[in-house]
Write a protein that binds this ligand. Sequence first.
Ligand code: PEP
Ligand code: MN
Length: 279
Amino acid sequence: MGARSHSTLVRVRDFVVGGDVFVVMAGPCSVETEEQLLATAEHVRRAGARVLRGGAFKPRTSPYAFHGLGLEGLKLLAKAREETGLAVVTEVMSECDVPLVADYADILQIGSRSMENYSLLEAAARSGRPILLKRGMVATIADLLRSAQLILDNGNPDIILCERGIRTFETTMRNTFDAASITLLKQITHLPVIADPSHAAGQRDLVPGLARIGVAAGADGLIVEVHPDPNKAWSDGEQSLDFATFEAMMADLKPWIALGRKSPGSRCAANAPVLEAVG
Ligand code: PEP
Ligand code: MN
C-alpha cells in the first residue's frame, strides 16, 4: 500500500477537513442549556477548536436516559455559531429529521448506532451537507467503507470518517480504541479520518492520551466532549473534559500535530470510489 496521491478535502464554512490543518471539533455530548452551550462554545473556540459539537437528538443506550432537546437544541447550536463563528456538527438519527437538522448543521453526524441505517444514510447524503460518519461499535472497516460508499453513490463526496472505539472482549474501557484503523483508512481511502477519544475511552483521564495516539496514527482531526461541569452533564459526563483540561490537552497536542501534518496532495475527484486513489 503506497501513500495516497489524492485526498478528499471536505469544505466546511471557511476551512477544510482533510487538508494540512488539523481540525478539532469539541463541545458537550448533549445540548442542555443556552448557558452551558455558549460557555462551552466560547471556550473551545479560544482553545483552538473550529467546530462545535453537541447532540440535539441523542441515541442513548438506555431508553430512560435524556434524549436531547430536539429543535430547541438545534436553535441553540445556531445561536452559538452566530456568536462564535464555529461550525456546527450534530447528529441526525432519523431519515425524517434530515431536512430539519440540515437546516441548522454545517456537518451531519451519523452516529455509531446508525452507521448501517441505509435509508438514513441516503437521506443524509442527499441533503448535500458534509457527513461525519462514525464507525459502528461492532462494524468492521469494510462495513464502514460500505456505508461511506453509499453516501458517495448518493451524490455526496463530503464524507469524514470517525473512529470512536469498537466493542471487544476488553471491558476495562468503554470501547477499544482502534488506532490502527485510522492509519489503515488513511492508506486505503482518500477520505479524511478523525478520532473520537471520548467515546473510545469512556473515562476522561484517558482522553488526552488517546487523542495523542489519534494524532500519531495520522488522524486529520479530533472530536472531543467538553462540558463546563462534567460531573453534572446530562449525558457522557464521565468522559467529558472540563475547560481547563481541554485547554491543556490542546496545548500539549500542538507539537505532535506539527510533527504529523504533511501536504495532502492534490484534491481527489469528487466521485472517486472510497477505495480508489491508492498509489
Ligand atoms: C456522540 O457523539 O455523542 C455519540 C452518541 O457518539 P457515538 O455514536 O459514537 O456513540
Ligand atoms: Mn456522547
